[in-house]
Design a protein around this ligand. Structure first.
Ligand code: SF4
Length: 390
């Protein structure tokens, strides 16, 4: 959690997480499957953590091993990258594998062998509070005497004042070269910019714009127990984007596909899930939902389809299941899919308003009848529609 955001934001989520899954065993029972092959024991070294626990990367492994188990291993996160690049005037693209590898080497050499966890946290904290991206507090920095970027700024100031006094300029230091084949120096095309001072570092290659993708998705709905709506969700593959998460049946679309063709392709896709023909014309267009991932600008073209009668899901396909609205929200679904359901509900509310269409409203009235199914929590809609009288 702390890899993604700040402590203040995480605390509430962390508390709820620990209440729900207080042990590894409890976590292993969670709906998003977590398999333990280690007799419930966490690996204790950065190497094993990374090797044996899927999803644990180099940074998380280093942080856990050093902070929790005292292993003398470094960590490199965004803050550490900034501090180290400034300390050593690393001006090459700080996201390049060559630079990242070198920064890991530096972090592993620098780490205090007796208090690695404290050292790593201090280094990250230095980046978060002193050596900040825009206006670093160099004057208050406890490591400024070791900082080459700071020394360079100081040297420039000294040079400027000597020039003012008409004295001879000093001979440039070898560390000021900044050119040649050095994989860590700023490229010759982007030399040191005096106006930026220490914030010349770190440097990043220009960001590529996110790739545009279109995906057709369908909210397949049926009347479940006592008329409460249920939705079909299917599980994504175990690798790649949103691995293992659940979603409405979805299909990536070629760019510039005609709407008619789009519907036909989606109808064919749905047929595979529900094992019966789906008429493309029967798909109701709901709207478009945009979701921006770090590298993908995703447009979901949302349709809905109401199904009558029993639907037998094919167990040979990826896992799929019918869920109530409550179950949908407690399943491992992505934020994008929550937006899709919201768009669908908005449309449904519009259709069932007194002004437009009485069809849905009649359906809604039927949903409130009777008592809830044993063990089934009513969706919020079903609850609000439930009769209040005896
Ligand atoms: Fe960062 Fe300035 Fe400290 Fe160098 S002296 S590490 S640039 S805050």
């Amino acid at each position: 959690m702390l890899q993604q955001t700040q402590v203040a934001t995480v605390i509430d989520y962390y508390t709820r997480w620990m209440q729900k899954w207080p042990t590894l065993q409890a976590l292993a029972q969670a709906s998003l499957e977590v398999v333990s092959e280690l007799a419930g024991r966490m690996p204790r070294t950065a190497e094993d953590l990374q090797k044996l626990l899927p999803g644990v990367g180099r940074y998380t492994a280093g942080a856990i091993a050093s902070i929790s188990y005292g292993q003398a291993t470094g960590v490199v996160d965004g803050n550490v990258i900034r501090v180290l690049c400034r300390l050593r005037c690393v001006g090459a693209d700080s996201s390049s594998p060559a630079v990242i590898d070198r920064l890991w080497d530096m972090a592993n050499v620098l780490v205090d062998k007796s208090r690695p966890g404290d050292f790593n946290q201090a280094l990250m904290e230095l980046g978060a509070t002193v050596c900040v991206p825009k206006s670093p507090l160099c004057g208050e920095c406890p490591v400024k005497q070791h900082c080459q970027a700071w020394r360079r700024v100081e040297k420039e100031l000294a040079f400027a004042s000597q020039k003012l006094l008409g004295k001879a300029p000093p001979v440039p230091d070898v560390e000021d070269c900044g050119v040649g084949d050095c994989p860590l120096c700023p490229p010759a095309t982007e030399p040191w910019d005096s106006s930026l001072g220490v914030t010349n570092f770190p440097r990043k290659a220009a960001k590529k714009p996110p790739r545009a993708m279109r995906t057709a998705t369908c909210v397949l709905e049926r009347r479940g127990c006592h008329g409460a709506p249920e939705y079909l969700i299917v599980q994504r593959p175990s690798s790649g984007l949103l691995a293992g998460l659940w979603e409405f049946p979805s299909l990536p679309l070629a760019q510039d596909l005609q709407e008619e063709k789009e519907r036909e392709e989606l109808a064919d896709h749905l047929q595979a899930w529900i094992g019966r023909p789906v008429a493309a014309a029967g798909l109701q267009f709901i709207g478009e939902v945009i979701h921006v991932f770090s590298h993908i600008h995703q447009t979901y073209v949302v349709y809905s389809l109401h199904l009558d009668g029993d639907v037998t899901l094919d167990p040979a396909l990826s896992p799929s299941r019918w869920v109530t609205e409550h179950e949908f929200h407690t399943s491992a679904v992505s934020t994008a899919m929550k937006k899709v359901l919201k768009a669908h509900e908005k449309q449904r509310r519009k259709e069932s308003s007194p002004v437009k269409g009485s069809k849905r409203k009649r359906g809604a009235k039927a949903q409130g009848a009777g008592s809830p199914c044993p063990g089934t929590q009513l969706s919020i809609h079903a609850f609000l529609r439930a009769p209040t009288g005896p």
